[in-house]
Design a protein around this ligand. Structure first.
Ligand SMILES: *[C@@H]1O[C@H](CO)[C@@H](O)[C@H](O)[C@H]1NC(C)=O
Ligand SMILES: *[C@@H]1O[C@H](CO)[C@@H](O)[C@H](O)[C@H]1NC(C)=O
Ligand SMILES: *[C@@H]1O[C@H](CO)[C@@H](O)[C@H](O)[C@H]1NC(C)=O
Length: 392
């Protein structure tokens, strides 16, 4: 069993199609066409070049500094000073595409100095906006109301482990290794396995998600979600989203293969978010690759108060979607969806590999459960087993 973990593999396998969408700008019900056009203009920036994946998906190669997330006023001036060196060194490094699972028609992706952004049609955007209010990802805990974050109509479900201590805590980063699974989800539901980092009233989420409305299929795909001030969106598709730094790797990559329950080896991916000590920007590593960052100015607060790891489901007034691998956890790494090797980075930038100040939380144990194990025999630190059939 130890071998299972040691042989952990980073799986960005073949993918059938690439999508890189976004959702929702502000609130929404009253979306008018003027707003939609404005939003489309933000997302569909003029491209230096149009490229395709071998599966036929089309991306625009947008100038690094003209991507949607660079529009935000507070970023424009400051960022250059801090980041030019870092960005230019990063954008020269390319991963092995065979391993990462992205295959571009031209073999390399976008030209250096540009980033791949999926084009969006008006219909797609309208479809996403329709659901925006209820649809939004969130943390399980509402620190404003000191209560958990489910709607009255109970469409959001969580099975997570989260740090305690609320606003008194200060974190400068967090990591996890998360198993890759493919829960059954029906449009317009979604099911994710993610790390949620609460930064005052703002937050970021990173992990994988099965979200047919967003991505057009039922595969687990990479995603990032950012809430800052009154704005929130997936990936880099709004002005406060993450800023991409890779010319060859977009968000929304399908993750394959996924874990086969009960069999070895398991498939997983390492995810890390860490604050730059010098300028306060938050960087994201997905797998072995640095994909992008959020400038310090994105968030009102410079540190996080709370981190949570686990599953989130939006059930959309249907029988609840599956979470994790669709089974209740039995505290066995081969049979459960798991998150392991979780760490946090404290205010002195010291790494805590035990993270013993957590509590587990499930809002509905008839559908979803979570178990954590801090002192297991496996050499993987703090483990969180989570998931369930939903069906509630
Ligand atoms: C958190 O609680 C506050 C106060 O009750 C409420 O206004 C807000 O909408 C809640 N946030 C979420 C995401 O439910
Ligand atoms: C967590 O670990 C630290 C150091 O390893 C220890 O001092 C502390 O008492 C532990 N806390 C809990 C709640 O077990
Ligand atoms: C997981 O955590 C263990 C114990 O802290 C450590 O020895 C191991 O190197 C970590 N593995 C990875 C892949 O980070």
């Amino acid at each position: 069993m130890i071998l299972t973990f040691l042989s952990y593999i980073f799986c960005f396998g073949e993918m059938a199609s690439l999508y890189n969408h976004f959702v929702d700008s502000k609130t929404s019900q009253s979306v008018n066409h003027f707003d939609i056009e404005k939003q489309l203009n933000v997302i569909n920036k003029p491209a230096v070049k149009i490229i395709k994946t071998t599966h036929g998906d089309t991306y625009g190669c947008v100038d690094l500094y003209k991507q949607p997330a660079f529009e935000h006023m507070s970023v424009k001036n400051k960022l250059f000073l801090y980041n030019v060196r870092r960005i230019s060194s990063l954008k020269k490094s390319r991963v092995n595409h065979e391993n990462f699972g992205i295959s571009w028609d031209n073999g390399i992706g976008c030209p250096i100095g540009t980033v791949p952004i999926k084009r969006v049609t008006k219909d797609e955007l309208l479809g996403l906006n329709l659901f925006s209010t209820k649809y939004k990802p969130r943390g399980s805990w509402n620190s404003t109301s000191s209560h958990y974050n489910v709607d009255n109509d109970q469409q959001h479900h969580f099975a997570v482990s989260r740090t305690k201590g609320g606003k008194n805590k200060k974190y400068n980063g967090a990591t996890m290794i998360v198993s890759l699974n493919d829960p059954k989800v029906k449009l317009p539901q979604y099911s994710s396995a993610r790390m949620h980092i609460q930064i005052g009233d703002d937050f970021i989420q990173i992990g994988w998600i099965v979200n047919p409305k967003l991505y057009g299929d039922t595969k687990p795909r990479t995603f990032v979600y950012t809430k800052a001030g009154n704005n929130q969106c997936y990936n880099s598709m709004c002005q406060i989203g993450i800023i991409l730094v890779r010319s060859d790797i977009p968000f929304g990559v399908a993750l394959e293969p996924v874990c086969v329950r009960g069999s070895n080896p398991s498939a997983s991916v390492t995810i890390a978010v860490y604050k730059d000590k010098i300028n306060g920007n938050w960087w994201l590593d997905y797998g072995e690759v640095t994909l992008g960052f959020w400038p310090a100015s994105r968030f009102k607060q410079s540190y996080a108060n709370n981190v949570e790891w686990g599953g989130e489901v939006y059930s959309a007034f249907m029988s609840g979607a599956q979470m994790g691998n669709g089974y209740f956890p039995k505290k066995h790494p081969l049979f459960d969806a798991i998150i392991f090797n979780i760490t946090t980075v404290d205010e002195k930038f010291e790494i805590d590999k035990l993270v013993n100040n957590t509590e587990t939380f499930s809002d509905n144990t008839r559908g979803y459960k979570v178990i954590e194990d801090l002192y297991s025999d496996y050499p993987v630190g703090h483990i969180i087993y989570f998931g369930g059939p939903g069906n509630i």
